[in-house]
Design a protein around this ligand. Sequence first.
Ligand SMILES: [Zn+2]
Length: 143
Amino acid sequence: MEEAKYIIPSELKSAANGKCPRCRKGDMFEGPLFSFSSKKMRNTCPHCGLKFEKEPGYFYVAMYVSYVFVVAELVSVCIGTYIITRNMESPWLYLTVAVLATILLAPFNYRYSRIVLMYWLTPAFKYRPERYADVKEGEGVNR
Ligand SMILES: [Zn+2]
């Protein structure tokens, strides 16, 4: 067998880039991460054809992941606000910061809750190297 010429991206890197968990090649989302206009998720992987919504309601589980994200973010944002301002009197400052952080981080939470769910909480979506290798000659080698 000929030695592989492509470099298989690491799990974390493909997760961060929103690649399909099975082939690490196809994009799960149509737009880039920080675009508010297009955060649509594809139904199937454009590369290997994996159906992302494994079963009806599968992505409801992502809400729990998202909840954990939000709690962690709010705690860090409030601690950060305290460190910067040393404000102990005004609850409005913390409330404003918390609301802003929630709105600004919403696209991030939406996307990465699903990615965490698919990469680390769904054993059926294990990485299959042969799916990554399954490319036509000269295609996608440098991506
Ligand atoms: Zn795929």
